[in-house]
Design a protein around this ligand. Structure first.
Ligand SMILES: Cc1ncc(C[n+]2csc(CCOP(=O)(O)OP(=O)(O)O)c2C)c(N)n1
Ligand SMILES: [Mg+2]
Length: 546
């Protein structure tokens, strides 16, 4: 058997469903083996997009997504996606080609040290130098990618090794069981929570894994503890829950921070410091219990008082059994804050201003997207508005990247979500800047005959940076651009193009697009003049309830 075939068999053995990528001539043996494989090859128009798709597949399934590129320029194009998976804790295997390593007549043409290049942004990076090692290397790469904390791994597969004859042997798969926290640590944490006066629960990215959601909801229902979440922890518990206080889209001074500042103990489930801090810790301030798969990465704004390490679901279940709300807990302040947060977040939700203001946009999208529908956000100003104002009803129903926070991932991530969940409604929401960074993937979506809605928020500029520039009292400079006509642009790909010309049209149009076949692109003019008023002036002027 050729080594390339063995590689594909090893991936099949791992249950790999898709490989996303752009092949080069060095990958042709692998491509030929894929032709007759059960694995579906998804050809993309840029390696970065293939990587974003693979990483998102990993994020949604917990199983490693796989992407493929050639050597040199293909491998460098994967770098941003590697960082996206690595920081965002999404399991992903990258396979890159390489010139023959035993005998080559091409000098250094296209050759860079791809293995070395990937080192700082992966959990493992290796060149395959022998066909018979393939089953072991593939198993090891995928084990490392999927093990907590998940991330990116890389295998370089040179052309001559891929063509080598080797034995057909595969490793038997095992299902590892994650270690659980010791009962001593659970007891200590339970005692600390019971002794506190105003405990508060924080749900972070690490809690956004398969089984944790149900355990956390039971914990909250049983103990009556109020909760808030980070951006990547959105939806782990349905945000319509009466004990939901909000999302910490900013690090301080938002309404939810009034509650955070009052807490004497924060039970931090699954927060990962790669996310923008949901709050700042201070010396002699609020205590924090860190409950996670892995220990806390300490820095000047995060240095937990107690750490409960092990499978999060198991820890939450054990804690729920031990905690019964004691009489001395004082949660009335949170109750009052909840009313205040809800009132402020509904401010502007019915504004008829045109172009649309973000509050109205979020309101209308929430009104139309079904409970299990998935939004995939690119990176831009609207991400903060969606994080603050959009209520996510289920885990991973608001896909956003608050780790690398890279522009260009919104559309590829939505394509991956479409493949994982063929029955659910999926919409990408992108800025006009971020959309254009991977807009070529419209062709991929059309070719795959996907039903997908892509909303482009058009402000003719890099709005998020304009907001910061304005808040810093600087003049408007260097951030405005022109756009193609997005309706015609969509049509030229064989997609349907739509444009919102009145605020009142949006809901109807959204409903129409979500029920259509094929790719629907909606051009939505957006007015960001509320950014500074709400997110700077209003929040800076506010005083917390007494
Ligand atoms: C790849 C990449 N380049 C640059 C940035 C810095 N950045 C963050 S948001 C932003 C502007 C996004 O503009 P757009 O996509 O139009 O969204 P808007 O904020 O205008 O809604 C920029 C340049 C980034 N996060 N990622
Ligand atoms: Mg923009």
């Amino acid at each position: 058997m050729k080594a390339a075939e063995l590689f594909v068999k090893a991936l099949e053995n791992e249950g790999v469903q898709y490989i996303f990528g752009v092949p080069g001539e060095e990958n042709l043996d692998l491509l030929e083996a894929l032709r007759t494989s059960t694995i579906k090859f998804i050809l993309t128009r840029h390696e970065q997009a293939a990587g974003f798709m693979a990483a998102t597949y990993g994020r949604l399934t917990g199983k490693s997504g796989v992407c493929l590129s050639t050597l040199g320029p293909g491998a460098t194009n994967l770098v941003t996606a590697a960082a996206f998976a690595q920081l965002g804790a999404m399991p992903m295997l990258m396979i890159t080609g390489q010139k023959p390593i035993k005998k080559s007549k091409q000098g250094h043409f296209q050759i860079i040290d791809a293995v070395g290049m990937m080192r700082p942004i992966t959990k493992m990076t290796k060149q395959i130098i022998h066909g018979n090692s393939i089953p072991f290397l593939v198993r090891e790469a995928i084990r490392i990618a999927e093990e907590e904390r998940p991330g990116a791994v890389h295998l370089e597969f040179p052309e001559d090794i891929a063509a080598e004859e080797c034995d057909h042997r595969l490793i038997e798969m095992t299902t590892p069981v994650r270690p659980i926290a010791s009962s001593e640590m659970i007891d200590l944490a339970a005692l600390m929570i019971m002794k506190a006066k105003r405990p508060l629960l924080l749900i972070g990215a690490g809690a956004n894994r398969k089984s944790t959601s149900e355990a956390l909801r039971q914990f909250v229902d049983r103990t009556g503890i109020y909760f808030f979440n980070t951006q990547m922890g959105k939806g782990v518990i349905d945000e319509r829950h009466p004990l939901y206080l909000g999302t910490a889209a900013l690090s301080e001074r938002d309404y939810v921070h009034c509650a955070i500042d009052r807490a004497d103990l924060i039970i931090n489930i699954g927060h990962d410091t790669v996310e923008k801090p949901p709050f700042f810790m201070h010396l002699n301030g609020t205590k924090v219990i860190h409950i996670n798969f892995f220990s806390a990465q300490v820095d000047e704004v995060y240095f937990p008082t107690l750490e409960v390490l092990g499978d999060i679901t198991a820890s939450v279940q054990s804690l729920a059994e031990q905690i019964i709300q004691p009489a001395h807990w004082d949660l009335t302040y949170y109750q009052r804050i909840k009313h205040e947060v809800d009132a402020h977040l509904s401010d502007g939700a019915n504004s008829n201003k045109f172009p649309l203001i973000p509050q109205r946009l979020v309101n209308d999208v929430r009104a139309i997207i079904p409970d299990d529908g998935i939004l995939s956000l690119d990176n831009g100003m609207y991400k903060i508005w969606f994080a603050r104002n959009y209520k996510a009803y289920g885990p991973n129903t608001l896909l956003l990247d608050n780790a690398l926070a890279s522009m260009g991932a919104g559309l590829p991530a939505a394509i991956a979500a479409r493949l994982v969940y063929p029955q659910r409604k999926i919409m990408a929401i992108c800025g006009d800047g971020g959309f254009m960074m991977n807009s070529q993937e419209l062709e991929t979506a059309v070719r795959l005959k996907l039903d997908l809605v892509v909303m482009i928020l058009r402000d003719d500029g890099y709005g998020m940076i304009k907001w910061k520039q304005e808040a810093m009292k600087m003049a408007n400079f260097g951030l405005d651009f022109n756009n193609p006509d997005f309706v015609q642009y969509a049509q030229s790909y064989g997609a349907q193009g739509h444009r919102v010309t009145k605020t009142e049209e949006l809901q109807q149009l959204l409903k129409h697009c979500l029920n259509q076949k094929g790719v629907q692109v909606i051009d939505v003019p957006i007015d960001y003049s509320e950014n500074v008023r709400v997110l700077n002036e209003e929040l800076n002027a506010k005083t917390c309830l007494l």
